[in-house]
Design a protein around this ligand. Structure first.
Ligand code: ADP
Length: 163
């Protein structure tokens, strides 16, 4: 029985994340998505909002659950009985940073390993930051995020504009 965690900011979840979630859920028995509470990047969505959106868009995947977490990813993995951390790789630019994180995690917790999924080509350029920027300037984001997410994102942007 293989249990894995997939940590991230998910501010908000995109089709790129969802692609990784579906593929990872196919190869592990249980996948726990970890929404990082303590984030250096000031998030647009609260932790509760990010978690709720993830729950909505993964509702049809039976072996996936969503939890909030704070602190070390390896501790989050251990406390969930997971031996694998899932991460996505978009481009070589992700590689150096991700390798450093994975090696650090493995040296802290040799019982936990990191498994990488390379992005599907159509999402290689996609990040939560890019989606927020495109939405902010009024372009269509329906190819980048699920409808539940685009609705909430547009509401956020409208609110910001009215401040
Ligand atoms: P973090 O702030 O931890 O990088 P993100 O929410 O930005 O959190 O990303 C979480 C994980 O999902 C990371 O491993 C990231 O590389 C991966 N990811 C994000 N967007 C994509 C994408 N378009 N394709 C594949 N993986 C992605």
């Amino acid at each position: 029985m293989v249990k894995a965690v997939y940590p991230g900011s998910f501010d908000p979840v995109t089709y790129g994340h969802l692609d990784i979630i579906k593929r990872a859920a196919n190869v592990v028995d249980e996948l726990v998505i970890g929404v990082l509470v303590n984030n250096d990047k000031k998030p647009m969505f609260t932790m509760e909002e990010r978690k709720t959106l993830l729950e909505k868009v993964t509702a049809d995947i039976p072996n996936v659950q969503v939890k909030a977490f704070d602190g070390l990813t390896v501790e989050f993995a251990r406390s969930n009985g997971a031996s694998v951390i899932i991460r996505g790789l978009r481009a070589v630019t992700d590689f150096e940073n991700e390798m450093q994180i994975a090696q650090t995690n493995h040296s802290i917790a040799p019982d936990v390993d990191t498994m990488f999924f390379t992005t599907s080509l159509e999402y290689a350029f996609l990040s939560s930051t890019i989606v927020k920027e495109v939405a902010f300037y009024g372009s269509d984001i329906s190819r980048f995020v699920p409808p539940e997410v685009s609705g909430e994102l547009l509401k956020k942007i409208e609110k910001l504009g009215n401040k």
